[in-house]
Design a protein around this ligand. Structure first.
Ligand SMILES: NC(=O)c1ccc[n+]([C@@H]2O[C@H](COP(=O)([O-])OP(=O)(O)OC[C@H]3O[C@@H](n4cnc5c(N)ncnc54)[C@H](OP(=O)(O)O)[C@@H]3O)[C@@H](O)[C@H]2O)c1
Length: 257
């Protein structure tokens, strides 16, 4: 029986992080590298991915790679699969952190707003899992971690496409978990409450909305970026070997109310 802390080590594993060029994806990429993984950073902007990959390498000493792809585009995802296979041979961990939010009352949202959010948050994880999951299953070990939200569980006015996509993502997570249950590949979702990233710039820049958000969090504050890492590492490691098709919420108690 291995030491409990060994179950969290990722030595010899390769993790691909979509949306790894910034925010929660970059924070978790660094944590997974600290645990011993090689890291592939992916987003649409190659220059941002290269800067992020270099930062992760400088901080952890682990091998890192940067590749550009649009997770909403099937051809781009297939090209990415080819590039990843050529550069690193394959991945063990897929973290679907790429995401988008467009806020506003439903009457003001366009069909394009809806499509862009649902494509990034729901179609993207589907295309990525479809491309990378089967080779993990062939190798009999894999971790797929989808990024839900508290809006996977509850509603907030003005968030139709985001809440719909993040609730739908839990359905995708459960079905993929069942499809790969016998193959050593687990599929789970992490559901963050509010963290101060680019995505939340409109809330951070509006003192009224910021105060309103804090008032809903039993812990009385936003999450520090570091506070997402333990939950993510758990779900990406051997420590969660019997956990699949479920969600782990990291929200300071918001959805407990
Ligand atoms: N921050 C929070 O409080 C919070 C709360 C709950 C859930 N989440 C979820 O956590 C995840 C990360 O959020 P974050 O706050 O770190 O967001 P963020 O700072 O806005 O970063 C989003 C990332 O996604 C990439 N991206 C967007 N569309 C893409 C596409 N079509 N293809 C490839 N990459 C794409 C962006 O890079 P490019 O622009 O270069 O493509 C960027 O790296 C998201 O799924 C978000 O919904 C966040």
């Amino acid at each position: 029986m291995s030491h409990i802390l060994d179950q969290f080590r990722l030595v010899g594993r390769t993790a691909l992080v979509t949306g790894g060029s910034q925010g929660l994806g970059l924070k978790i990429a660094t944590a997974l590298a600290e645990a011993g993984a090689s890291i592939v950073i992916v987003s649409r902007r190659l220059d941002a991915c290269q800067i992020a990959a270099e930062a992760v390498h400088n901080e952890t000493g682990q091998p890192t790679f940067a590749l550009a792809a649009d997770v909403t585009d099937p051809e781009s995802v297939e090209r990415l699969f080819g590039d990843v296979t050529e550069r690193v041979g394959g991945i063990d961990i897929l973290l679907n952190s790429a995401g988008l939010n467009k806020r506003g009352p439903v009457a003001t949202l366009t069909a394009e707003d809806w499509d862009s959010v649902v494509d990034a948050n729901l179609k993207g994880p589907f295309l990525m899992a479809r491309a990378f999951g089967p080779s993990m299953a062939d190798r009999k070990w894999g971790r797929i971690l989808n990024f839900g939200s508290i809006l996977s569980h509850i509603g907030i006015a003005g968030r139709t496409p985001y809440a719909s996509s993040k609730a739908g993502l839990l359905g995708l997570t459960r079905v993929l978990a069942l499809e790969w249950a016998l193959s050593g590949v687990t599929v789970n979702a992490i559901c963050p409450g509010p963290f101060a990233t680019e995505m939340n710039r409109p809330l951070l820049n509006d003192p009224e909305q910021y105060k309103n958000f804090v008032s809903k969090i039993p812990m009385g504050r936003w999450g520090e970026l570091d506070e997402i890492c333990g939950a993510a590492l758990f779900l990406c490691s051997n420590a969660s070997s019997f956990v699949t098709g479920t969600t782990l919420t990291v929200d300071g108690g918001w959805t407990a109310q």
